[in-house]
Design a protein around this ligand. Structure first.
Ligand SMILES: [Zn+2]
Ligand SMILES: [Zn+2]
Length: 357
């Protein structure tokens, strides 16, 4: 099979012919139909993710067709069209037994803990617990775009944030996670405010339903601007970017008894940002984390897509080949475009086709 390999951190990945994987006894081999390119892949490529060991194949948000299954698999067979969460649970630990596979004690993360889907085939573990059957109404590229950012946003907004009709939801950072959050919150009947420092992302936020946007590059007091728009503060705030400033401002933008959901990762020196804890106490604010989603939560999302209430395909900016995807990875650290990029072709030579790189 063709696969894109990180052979050293920060150096250009290479496309190589590799042996096809074998299915683990509790797993499956999936022929990849489409795979998303995410900032987490860039983190792994730069060597910022301790789970990643070289040589490594990235790719954690994908859809495909089951090609073979391990001897202990009960529920899946070759030909099934599937996707899976980027955090896969073991199904046996205390967290999984409570239904919280997204924080499993023995996580399998394709593209991080194991080789991922920047390849024609990928071997996955715990397949009975984690595979999700795709309805015909959801195409391969759309399904791949769910894998990380969209489903993560769904859990953050609907489950952790407990977003209700009529709520104001403020979203800091309008990349893949933020745009997904805006679309999902609006579909749940909430009203959204999108914040970013790039015009094209703010335009995209409006196009997926944001009632208001704030250009933080030109507005001096972002928190006051949110309070003005929402008549006193948001019911739910999301830091979809992950920075000390956006985290602080997101918490500060809440009204009394508001709920902040942290989705963007804070790494390295930024991992312990200051927070307005005086406000958290006096206003009874909640601060919640959100980390992926369980496979068993997918049917609710897929049925909203099938019913036309959610349109994650609107978030896909372009589709590219594997070789072009590697090029796109280079620019993710300073990525200024809008929307999700998906690999849906595994030919070796770059092919020019529309879209924006
Ligand atoms: Zn991702
Ligand atoms: Zn587990």
């Amino acid at each position: 099979m063709k696969a894109a390999l990180f052979e050293s951190f920060g150096q250009p990945p290479v496309v190589r012919d590799m042996p096809d994987p074998e299915p683990p006894v509790h797993g499956a081999v999936i022929r990849v139909n489409a795979t998303g390119i995410c900032r987490s892949d860039w983190h792994a490529w730069k060597g910022y993710d301790p789970a990643v060991r070289l040589p490594h194949v990235p790719g954690h948000e994908f859809s495909g067709t089951v090609e073979s299954v391990g001897s202990h698999i009960q529920f899946w067979k070759p030909g099934d069209r599937v996707t899976l969460p980027f955090v896969c649970g073991c199904g046996r630990c205390r967290q999984c037994k409570s239904g919280n596979h997204q924080i499993c004690d023995n996580q399998f993360q394709p593209g991080f803990t194991h080789w991922g889907a920047f390849a024609e085939r990928v071997a996955v573990h715990y397949a009975d617990v984690n595979l999700v059957r795709l309805p015909d109404a959801v195409d391969d590229v759309t399904a791949a775009s769910l894998g990380c950012r969209f489903t993560t946003s769904f859990r953050a907004v609907a489950i952790q944030g407990r977003t209700a009709p009529g709520d104001w939801v403020v979203v800091f950072g309008c990349g893949g996670v933020g745009l997904s959050a805006i679309m999902i919150a609006e579909a749940l009947g909430a009203r959204t405010v999108g914040i970013d420092i790039r015009k094209e992302r703010l335009n995209r936020a409006r196009s997926v339903g944001a009632r208001a946007v704030i250009d933080a590059a030109h507005v001096y007091d972002v928190v006051q601007a949110v309070r003005d728009i929402t008549s006193g503060g948001a019911h739910v705030s999301l830091d979809a970017l992950g920075s000390p400033e956006t985290c602080f401002n997101a918490v500060s933008s809440l009204r009394k008894r508001g709920r902040h959901v942290q989705v963007g990762l804070l790494l390295g020196e930024e991992r312990s940002p200051p927070l307005p804890m005086d406000r958290v106490v006096a206003h009874e604010l909640e601060i919640l984390g959100s980390h992926g989603i369980q496979a068993h939560a997918y049917p609710a999302i897929l049925s909203m897509i099938a019913a036309g209430k959610l349109q994650p395909d609107k978030l896909v900016g372009q589709t590219v080949s594997l070789a072009e995807g590697i090029q796109a990875l280079h620019t993710l650290g300073t990525f200024t475009g809008a929307g999700i990029t998906d690999i849906d072709r595994f030919d070796k030579l770059p092919r020019k086709k529309g879209g924006m790189v």
